[in-house]
Design a protein around this ligand. Structure first.
Ligand code: NAD
Length: 429
């Protein structure tokens, strides 16, 4: 296990610098205890594993996997695993910190972690991905666990990935203890202990919070134009629920291309097309392909970044015409980008609030497994709505009372909850 202080690169402003800047400005605003500030500025544990996997052609490839555990003052570490070429220790650190703020804000008994493997999954067969996932899980060993650190899906990982992880972890236990460990990961398929509604939960939450914001501002979603960056789990489900409420999807960007149709893009047809096209929207006939750089400038009411971090920056924020940016992704807007948006009167539903539906549903799945229960879909949505509405109101009221933006308010609420836990317990020894 490797522990080191976070050192950021001198020139390139990366995601860690971004999240630390957001944190420090909230810590100033909330007058956070200086010792707690020190603790929360670093990650608790950083695990890097290198492991061999036999490929379909018989050759062995070595992979590097990461798991960063930022803080567990409020409960076990919790956060996704990502399979992407951009995964590295910096990205995992930043994403782990965002998880700590997110679980705290949502009032969950969890801390924050994140990780993944640096790879492009499109280059591997299903069999290879299964062996990579199983060997990674085995290499992580007791660094994860149902009451210690609980991974979940993220970019390019899904319920199938979680089923392989759960099975591998459970297979390392004696038969009599196997079932006690089912909640080592969340986001599993229903038949393998998953929760009804977990797949939809993050995108649904994005929609639900947009709706709360719209209702509060006297805006009807009917006919409102929206664009989505990323048409995976989060982007698709947010689009699905918005379309059901009468809003009109007019632009989509994924890793392969950007498409536009001012008359509207049928969410279900695009989803069916992408599903049959290895997840890609490229070549969809009922929209026009546009230049990648033109995407953020599309004239729309709501923009949903639901792909990677650092997408809205000082380079493109001034082009954004949307009145609301709803952050489905983690860290899609950097500090400079946010300043421009706010100066232009654009409202932002910050990531730690906006995409928290996913981790809230993961918590429900964890409870379901721990208690040997099976929850019904209707109950899941009722409970999810309640938690999301609570978080929204807390953030809105705090922002109003202090005269600050939503992100700073959300951070203040999150870090003050952790501060209380540290003050109550003190520092061991
Ligand atoms: P996913 O793998 O299902 O989909 C990712 C989408 O992003 C794909 O459409 C992909 O083509 C697109 N994409 C990748 N690189 C891109 C690029 N450079 N430009 C434009 N599009 C690009 O992943 P997901 O689970 O939907 O996660 C998306 C975001 O939401 C991530 O930031 C993730 O951390 C965040 N998030 C996910 C969950 C969850 O429950 N899955 C929960 C909270 C937050």
């Amino acid at each position: 296990m490797k522990k080191e202080k976070i050192v950021t690169k001198p020139n390139a402003k990366n995601m860690v610098e971004n999240v630390l800047e957001q944190f420090n400005s909230a810590a100033d605003q909330a007058n956070l205890n200086e010792n707690v500030r020190k603790i929360l500025s670093i990650t608790n544990n950083e695990i890097i594993v290198h492991f061999p996997v036999k490929m379909d052609n018989g050759k062995v490839e070595i992979f590097s996997g990461y798991r960063v555990q930022h803080n567990n003052a409020l409960g076990p570490y919790k956060g996704g695993l990502r399979y992407h070429s951009t995964v590295d220790i910096d990205a995992a650190r930043a994403l782990a910190m965002w998880m700590t703020w997110k679980t705290s804000l949502a009032g969950l008994p969890y801390g924050g972690a994140k990780g993944g493997i640096q790879l492009d999954p499109s280059l591997y067969s299903d069999g290879e991905l299964e062996r990579i996932t199983r060997r990674f899980t085995y290499a992580l060993g007791e660094n994860i666990g149902p009451d210690y650190d609980i991974p979940a899906p993220d970019v390019n990982t899904n319920a199938q990935t979680m089923a392989w992880m759960a099975d591998t972890y459970m297979s390392t236990k004696s038969p009599s203890e196997r079932s006690l460990n089912q909640h080592v990961v969340t986001g599993k398929p229903i038949e393998s202990g998953g929760l009804e509604g977990r797949t939809q939960a993050t995108g649904y939450g994005v929609y639900f919070l947009i709706k709360m914001w719209a209702d509060e501002n006297g805006i009807s979603l009917k006919g409102k134009k929206y664009t989505v960056q990323g048409f995976g789990n989060v982007g698709y489900w947010a689009s699905y629920f918005l379309a059901k409420d009468g809003a009109k999807l007019i632009g989509v960007q994924d890793a392969t291309c950007s498409i536009y149709n001012e008359k509207g893009i049928d969410v279900e047809k695009l989803f069916a097309y992408a599903s049959a096209n290895k997840g890609s929207i490229e070549g969809y006939r009922k929209a026009t392909e546009i230049d990648k750089l033109a995407f953020f400038g599309i004239d729309c009411d709501i923009l949903i970044p639901a792909a990677l971090g650092n997408q809205i920056t000082e380079k493109n924020a001034h082009e954004i015409k949307a009145k609301l940016v709803a952050e489905g992704a983690n860290g899609p807007t950097n500090v400079e980008g946010e300043k421009i948006l706010l100066a232009n009167g654009v409202s932002i539903l910050p990531d730690i609030l906006c995409n928290s539906g996913g981790v809230i549903a993961s918590y429900f799945e964890w409870l379901q497994n721990r208690n040997g229960e099976i929850w019904q879909l209707d109950d899941v949505f009722v409970k999810l709505d309640k938690k999301l509405a609570e978080s929204y109101r807390k953030v809105k009221d705090y922002a109003k009372a202090e005269g600050i933006d939503f992100r700073t308010a959300a951070y203040c609420i999150a870090i003050k909850r952790i501060e209380k836990a540290y003050i109550q317990r003190g520092i061991f020894p």
